[in-house]
Design a protein around this ligand. Structure first.
Ligand code: PMP
Length: 337
């Protein structure tokens, strides 16, 4: 194994993450399931990639000027990536977050020097939704840009040019399936487009949590949601600009319980401490692997995204009291305290 090349710019630490074969999921699917270790980015999530591309794009278009401020609405991870990128390039950040996201993400944002604004969680149609609030703040500030990760396709370009190309190279040009859940859709659409450009037979699947509207949209053409999920950063109710033209072949709907089961197994059996969107992605990858095997592709290789670190959810997913309050199963090693 060759060591990663030495870097002269800290921003070059974003991307080029490891890909790892997941033993338990591969056994459950009957084929290879690979996880892209996005928790290995400097901000510990997949969103560092989008933050870097959005900032570089705004600079290239002359919108982001020296000493400027980047304003963004986010479930947290994009804000963390944005704060790091902005610090490295001499910009300021204002981050707007719904106040039901994990405390760890809010504390991290403050620690990184971002100005944090929290708003109550509301529907997208509400003018006080975190996305609209972030846009308003950007409009009212001098020398500021609105990053607009949901509808700014610089986001998915990070995954076409980065994540997809890396997965293709890391698997020596043989990938049969890819799946992940959607927040902005940048990862799913970008990796889907990038892999299809290499081989149009790669099967691209949406993995949707309960409470999101995309499963019904891709299955029946209707945006419709049922139930809910405690997973942070995923669960979309509309077709964002990043999702437009996404090459989706099939779709799976995954419950929090199924996702949590994989979070628990990956931690206890494989030593990976992950967030719930990663567990939901792995459950989707197992479903996609099984589908490919049933179609006679016993040697299938499926890739998915391990989106962020579980250390970001110590007060939620890894807290017995919180799990109990959400009526979710408590990991047995957390005990009864
Ligand atoms: N998982 C987590 C933990 C996230 O924060 C996000 C981003 N909101 C995603 C998954 C989804 O990524 P994307 O925005 O590219 O759809």
């Amino acid at each position: 194994m060759t060591a990663p090349a030495a870097r002269t710019d800290t921003l070059d630490l974003i991307g080029n993450t490891p890909l790892v074969l997941l033993a338990g999921p591969s056994e459950a699917a009957g084929c290879e399931i690979w996880g892209k270790c996005e928790f290995a980015n400097p901000g510990a999530s997949v969103k560092d990639r989008a933050a870097l591309y959005i900032v570089r794009d705004a600079e290239a278009r002359g919108e982001l000027k020296p000493g400027g401020t980047v304003v963004e609405g986010t479930a947290g991870n994009t804000g963390i990536g944005m704060a790091l990128v902005a610090n490295a390039l001499g910009y300021k950040t204002v981050i707007v977050m719904p106040d039901n996201q994990s405390r760890e993400k809010m504390d991290t944002l403050r620690a990184l020097g971002a100005e944090l604004v929290t708003v109550p969680p509301t529907k997208f149609a509400d003018p006080n939704h975190f996305v609209h609030t972030s846009r308003r703040i950007a409009d009212e500030m001098d020398n500021a840009i609105w990053a607009n990760q949901f509808d700014n396709v610089a986001n998915r370009r990070a995954h076409i040019e980065g994540t997809a190309r890396e997965i293709w190279q890391q698997l020596d040009g043989r990938v049969d399936g890819f799946t992940c859940a959607v927040g902005t859709g940048g990862t799913l659409a970008g990796v889907g487009m990038g892999l299809k450009a290499e081989d149009e037979n790669v099967r691209i699947a949406l993995t949707d949590p309960h409470g999101a509207a995309l499963y019904d949209y891709f299955a029946h053409g209707e945006l419709k949601s049922e139930g809910n999920s405690v997973a942070e950063g995923i669960g979309q109710g509309r077709i964002t600009a990043n999702l437009e033209g996404a090459p989706i072949d099939t779709q799976f709907r995954i419950s929090d319980e199924e996702g949590l089961e994989w979070v628990a197994r990956l931690l206890r059996e494989e030593g990976l401490c992950l967030g719930l969107s990663s567990g939901i992605n792995v459950a989707g990858a197992v479903a996609l692997g099984r589908q490919l095997v049933a179609d006679g592709r016993e040697d299938a290789r499926v890739a998915t995204i391990l989106c962020d670190t579980g250390f970001r959810y110590l007060s939620t997913l890894y807290n017995a009291e919180w799990l109990r309050a959400k009526k979710l199963p408590v990991f047995d090693w957390l005990g009864s305290s």
